[in-house]
Design a protein around this ligand. Structure first.
Ligand code: C5P
Length: 217
């Protein structure tokens, strides 16, 4: 069973996907975390994402691995667990930038498809239903209004005692959506056979129940 959940930044994909996976006994695969790991490397090493040769050189030096510890996905960048570090907003923005590059997307595709080929997964991202898993048994396009998404992200950061500025988060979300929806390669768009789910007025429980109800028997 492959379930694909795509949607814009802060739509609650990871919370929802994690819950659906847990209730069904599937594996949750967060593909954004993989792009974030590459974004983190580019940030740390000062790689210019617009310099094609520098991008290729950096990618050759990068190894992204996914492991599961106590059922939770952990992302390793060159042998180091970076799962916490990659959650910063700046890393998310860099991830969106590097994700426009074909070579970056190519590097992660096999990793994503292999995870889905060998087990039941709920995979979230931007191009899962449209490109990574075109034959997924269930595809969800999960979205919410920009205000709702900014508000949720703000509360999430405050809870984690991380720096948060609501207006800045809103601007970042809008810029990231624009970049993700307008890039040339695998842009964020609803797959033709995806179910559109706006979670603005729904609780997490309601969204999870709606998705589980739609899983083919
Ligand atoms: O979902 P998350 O915010 O962690 O993703 C970070 C960035 O990685 C996104 O803004 C997007 O540019 C990129 N991404 C992507 N394709 C995916 C998952 C994430 O391009 N399947």
């Amino acid at each position: 069973m492959n379930i694909a959940i795509d949607g814009p930044a802060g739509a609650g994909k990871s919370t929802i996907a994690r819950r659906v996976a847990k209730e069904k006994g599937y594996i949750y695969v967060d593909t954004g975390a993989m792009y974030r790991a590459i974004g983190l490397y580019f940030m740390n090493e000062g790689v210019d994402a617009e310099n094609a040769a520098a991008v290729l050189e950096a990618l050759a030096a990068i190894q992204v691995e996914i492991k599961y510890e106590a059922g939770e996905q952990q992302v390793y960048l060159n042998g180091k667990n970076v799962s916490k570090k990659i959650r910063q907003e700046a890393v998310g923005n860099m991830a969106s930038k590097v994700a426009t590059k074909q070579a970056v997307r190519d590097k992660l595709l096999d990793l994503q498809r292999n995870l889905a080929a060998t087990q039941d997964v709920v995979m979230d991202g931007r191009d899962i239903g449209t490109f990574v898993l075109p034959n997924a048994e269930l595809k969800i396009y999960l979205t919410a209004s920009v205000d709702t998404r900014a508000d949720r992200r703000y509360k999430e950061l405050v809870e984690k005692h991380m720096p948060a500025d609501l207006e800045e988060i809103k601007r970042d979300i809008e810029a990231r959506d624009y970049q993700d929806m307008h890039r040339e390669i695998a842009p964020l768009t609803q797959a033709e056979d995806a179910y559109y789910l706006d979670s603005s007025a729904l609780t997490i429980d309601e969204v999870v129940a709606e998705i589980i109800r739609r899983i083919p028997q």
